[in-house]
Design a protein around this ligand. Structure first.
Ligand SMILES: CC(C)(COP(=O)(O)OP(=O)(O)OC[C@H]1O[C@@H](n2cnc3c(N)ncnc32)[C@H](O)[C@@H]1OP(=O)(O)O)[C@@H](O)C(=O)NCCC(=O)NCCS
Length: 152
């Protein structure tokens, strides 16, 4: 299992992964266009050249980044792949000197296992909500906020 930054040739697999779970209403859909534009934010889990998991680290402000679009192929779930990708994003945030990483999610327990804690969504800065305006669920967000403070 290799955790690595995404390449342009991974986008079709990433799009398929996200679309699969978005169709089940488990995460937000992403257009190919938005994936191309945010390619540099994405990392993937790669098994022998096959992308079986993906997610992105999106910078919000000088002290805050967000894990987005995290998805692991069903066949590979519960094998620590999601945790591995989250750890890769936390390491990336440390490298970037960003001290806090959060996620808006339906999978709070998974993130808690990864060392995050629950916070009230209202405690996130307004900038977060500005970006939510394009979400089809806005303003009725039913996701939970989790956050991890990093030591470096
Ligand atoms: C949620 C998701 C990313 C988790 O990835 P995963 O690779 O299956 O999870 P891991 O195997 O790394 O799990 C790490 C820990 O979290 C636990 N965990 C995973 N999913 C969980 C869940 N839904 N509820 C409670 N605990 C969960 C695991 O049991 C494991 O615990 P352990 O350390 O005690 O063994 C994956 O199930 C997925 O892609 N789901 C569909 C899309 C989705 O909901 N994405 C989240 C968007 S924010």
């Amino acid at each position: 299992m290799l955790f690595r930054k995404a390449k342009i040739s991974d986008i079709e697999s990433i799009h398929q992964l996200i679309t699969h779970f978005a169709d089940k209403d488990l995460m937000l859909a992403r257009s190919r266009s938005s994936l191309y534009e945010s390619l540099r934010e994405f990392s993937v889990a790669d098994v022998g050249g096959r992308v079986i998991g993906a997610g992105s680290l999106h910078i919000i402000w000088d002290d805050l980044a967000e894990i987005r679009s995290l998805a692991i192929e069903e066949e590979f779930q519960n094998q620590n792949v999601g945790h591995g990708l989250v750890d890769a994003f936390l390491a990336e945030a440390v490298d970037l000197e960003i001290p806090r990483v959060f996620a808006l999610t339906y999978q709070a327990q998974f993130f808690i296992k990864c060392g995050f804690k629950l916070i009230a969504k209202e405690d996130l800065p307004q900038k977060v909500w500005k970006e939510c305006i394009n979400c089809p669920k806005f303003p009725n967000c039913d996701e939970v906020a989790v956050i991890k403070e990093l030591d470096f």
